[in-house]
Design a protein around this ligand. Structure first.
Ligand SMILES: NC(=O)c1ccc[n+]([C@@H]2O[C@H](COP(=O)([O-])OP(=O)(O)OC[C@H]3O[C@@H](n4cnc5c(N)ncnc54)[C@H](O)[C@@H]3O)[C@@H](O)[C@H]2O)c1
Length: 307
């Protein structure tokens, strides 16, 4: 298997790259930036990096045509959170236009399996457990870009036969994201594990399905290799909802450095939770390995060595 990962220098993409290489697959990362940390060092000689902008259809097309062995594309590029809220026009171009470019290249080239990395944000703030049959009713512009992209994926499958699946991930935490004031809410929350005080102005009432990054990436890899599934979209999360108080308590338990963790009232993002992962269990054999405690411990161990 030879797989091109768009956004492969990012959180999800680098983990998918790592897992695929560890399974003996060839990986090509397509990103505007190459990783500058050491996260992929142990697999670096098995990864080809190609600098590219997902908005450049011609370059993406040429890149894929120059990779005759290519069997699949994992498309992770997207702008998230504040980047979407503050620049909705550009973010829609990247998130929706980027997905459209990947689908168009897959349509023109043919024979490629595509996994689009989507989000539980497509469900908006509906109450969980959210199944893949729950309608997509996003509650913010980011969620709208993910839902629009999924609609395009479904149409490129139904109309043009492109073999594409959508992986709905939820709030991700874990290496190589280092918690700090400039990291997103879901990483910052774990800052005490890295010996940092945490002061989040809002979020105590946040709902989500916090997933350790390795589980999410494994779900994406399973989707890439899946045969004969009956659904186009799959929830890839933990299937549980841990309130913020529980997360804070768990972080305190494993970070006895006495750092402050303060989270103000309200929500960071309007979301429901949890995602129902029955379909992924049944059709992909997906099973999360990390509950909250295991994920916190794994993150802490990595931060102790790398943070
Ligand atoms: N992080 C989460 O909690 C979370 C949760 C659910 C879904 N997702 C989805 O997972 C996917 C990956 O998210 P992530 O957390 O890994 O993000 P990330 O920001 O860590 O990675 C995104 C990567 O895309 C690259 N990129 C950005 N614009 C580009 C462009 N125009 N052309 C080429 N490359 C470009 C960046 O350089 C970066 O390496 C996204 O589609 C996101 O919607 C993330």
């Amino acid at each position: 298997m030879s797989v091109l990962i768009t956004g492969g220098s990012g959180l999800v993409g680098s983990w998918v790259a790592k897992l695929l290489v560890e399974e003996g697959e060839d990986v090509i990362i397509y990103d505007m930036f190459e990783r500058r940390d050491n996260f992929l060092d142990h697999v670096a000689d098995k990864i080809t990096f190609i600098e590219g902008n997902i908005l450049g259809l011609a370059h993406l097309n040429e890149t894929v045509r120059n990779l005759p062995e290519l069997t699949g594309i994992v498309h992770t590029v997207a702008l998230l959170g504040g980047d979407v809220r503050d620049n909705p026009h550009f973010a829609t171009q990247v998130n929706v236009g980027g997905t459209h470019n990947v689908l168009e290249v897959a349509r023109q080239v043919g024979g490629l399996k595509v996994v689009y990395v989507s989000s539980g944000a497509v469900y908006g703030k509906q109450e969980g457990p959210l199944t893949e049959d729950t309608p997509m009713i996003p509650s913010d512009p980011y969620g709208a870009t993910k839902a629009m992209s999924e609609h395009l994926c479904h149409q490129y499958h139904d109309t043009y036969g492109v073999d594409v699946l959508c992986a709905r991930l939820f709030f991700l935490y874990g290496p190589p994201n280092i918690p700090g004031p400039n990291s997103g809410f879901n990483t910052n929350l774990f800052g005490a594990l890295a010996g940092k005080d945490v002061n989040l102005l809002k979020g105590r009432d946040q709902k989500g399905d916090w997933t350790y990054i390795e589980d999410a990436a494994r779900g994406v890899v399973l989707m890439l290799k899946a045969q004969n599934v009956t659904n186009r979209s799959f929830n890839i999360a933990t299937g549980t909802f841990n309130p913020i108080d529980e997360i804070v308590e768990m972080v305190r338990k494993h970070a006895p450095g006495g750092n402050k963790i303060e989270v103000g009232p309200g929500v960071n993002l309007e979301r429901g939770a949890p995602l129902d992962i029955t379909l992924a269990r049944e059709q992909l054999g997906y099973e999360p390995k990390y509950d909250l405690e295991a994920g916190v411990k794994a993150f802490k161990e990595w931060l102790d060595q790398n943070g």
